[in-house]
Design a protein around this ligand. Structure first.
Ligand SMILES: [Zn+2]
Length: 393
């Protein structure tokens, strides 16, 4: 424990230590100094233990002191929180537990103590105990209700209990009067994937439908639905699902492009694919779309024309991925030193691309090369999006 922490605990307990000494002195008529106020002996004992880094014994002494005074409840809560912040969760639990049995607690103080104890258990990773305390608090109507519901959602997400997560999030929506349809849609996605893995195909589709009812802009539902339909060989249905992504969240359209192309090819709709790709080149000229067209130009007219096509678009939409392809188109047309220099440049660009994240969380900035529908850092749903601009799409 640092000097700064020690000072914090002294300041935290000083008023109660004085009150406690006065309270005991008043009751026993001993230990009161000439001004009528003295510090509780447990306060000195506790500090002495702290100075000697015997925090367990210090906690015992402080709990004795706090028990002696009915005015110390808020301080007891704060003392427990102090230890939780320090990472000494076992001590926080002991302190907050000592409060729960206090008969002098008002119902507001009891709820606050229960919530703090639940947060201690959460910090300790003892989710079942935290859950039962939080569920007790959901019967209350005070300030603790919203916080308790949020913690419960967090527990059910971590335990992948998606049905309970839906149930509590629905209640949270009512309490906060804010839509959480996006989160609920992702819970249904999880349920759908789980049902599919168990061979419950009808149920999996039912979950996806329910997810869309909560958030019809959830692109993940369309990805999953497209994948399910594709696995069932229903390529037209799959295509319909994948094409919906453009209108749900256009940032994810490049991710769906390979599947859209595959589905068109499976049902032999090559002209429709051509039309669709031309439409995208005009309305969503991302680097993925431009590269597909450049490849087509290469196959029909050769690498020189493909390089001109790509260079023309890259003036307006500069991109590192585009640069790599441009170098590749030029490579076959040059020899000797120029070719060697281009090879070196290509290698540098590839190394650069290998290290670059592909997705970034819009809430906390977490970078990733893999798509996570829930940010591993801030745990927000659907906050990771493909990076746009010169380094991305
Ligand atoms: Zn994040």
């Amino acid at each position: 424990m640092s000097t700064f922490d020690l000072l914090e605990i002294i300041c935290l307990l000083l008023p109660v230590a004085a009150l406690s000494g006065w309270y005991l002195g008043k009751r026993s008529r001993v230990g009161v100094n000439s001004k009528g106020i003295t510090l509780s002996s447990d306060y000195y004992v506790g500090l002495n233990f702290l100075l000697n880094e015997q925090t367990d014994k210090a906690v015992d002494a402080f709990i004795r002191m706090l028990d002696a005074s009915p005015d110390s409840i808020e301080t007891t809560i704060a003392l427990g929180n102090f230890f939780r912040r320090q990472g000494e969760v076992d001590k926080a639990i002991r302190i907050h537990q000592s409060l729960i049995s206090n008969p002098n607690l008002t119902s507001k103080q009891r709820n606050q103590s229960l919530l703090e104890l639940a947060q201690d258990y959460l910090r300790a990773g003892v989710f079942d105990r935290a859950e039962s305390l939080l569920l007790e608090l959901t019967q209350s109507v005070g300030n603790q209700l919203e916080v308790s519901l949020r913690h419960l959602v967090d527990i059910y997400e971590r335990e992948k209990d998606w049905e309970k997560a839906i149930q509590i999030t629905t209640r949270l929506q009512t309490v906060t009067r804010q839509s959480m349809g996006s989160d609920i849609a992702h819970y249904y996605c999880e349920l759908a994937e789980s049902a599919w893995s168990k061979g419950k195909i009808k149920l999996a589709f039912k979950y996806l439908k329910q997810g869309l009812e909560h958030d019809d802009h959830c692109a993940r539902i369309s990805f999953i639905q497209g994948d399910f339909e594709k696995k069932l060989g229903r390529f037209r249905h799959a295509l319909r699902a994948y094409k919906r992504i453009e209108f749900q969240d256009a940032a994810f359209l490049p991710e769906a492009l390979p599947m859209i192309i595959e589905c068109h090819e499976r049902i032999d709709e090559h002209e429709a694919l051509e039309e669709y790709l031309n439409y995208l080149l005009e309305h969503c000229p991302t680097i993925s779309v431009i590269l597909i067209h450049a490849e087509k130009v290469k196959n029909k007219q050769g690498k020189e024309k493909a390089a001109h096509f790509l260079a023309n678009y890259m003036h307006r939409h500069p991109s590192i991925r585009g640069l790599k392809h441009l170098i590749e188109f030029h490579l076959s047309r040059v020899m000797g030193d120029v070719r060697n220099e281009l090879l070196m440049l290509k290698s540098l660009v590839e190394q650069l691309l290998e290290k670059k994240p592909v997705y970034r969380c819009g809430k906390c900035g977490f970078p990733s090369r893999l798509l996570h529908w829930q940010c591993p850092s801030c745990r927000q749903w659907a906050s990771l999006k493909p990076i746009q601009g010169i380094e991305g799409e």
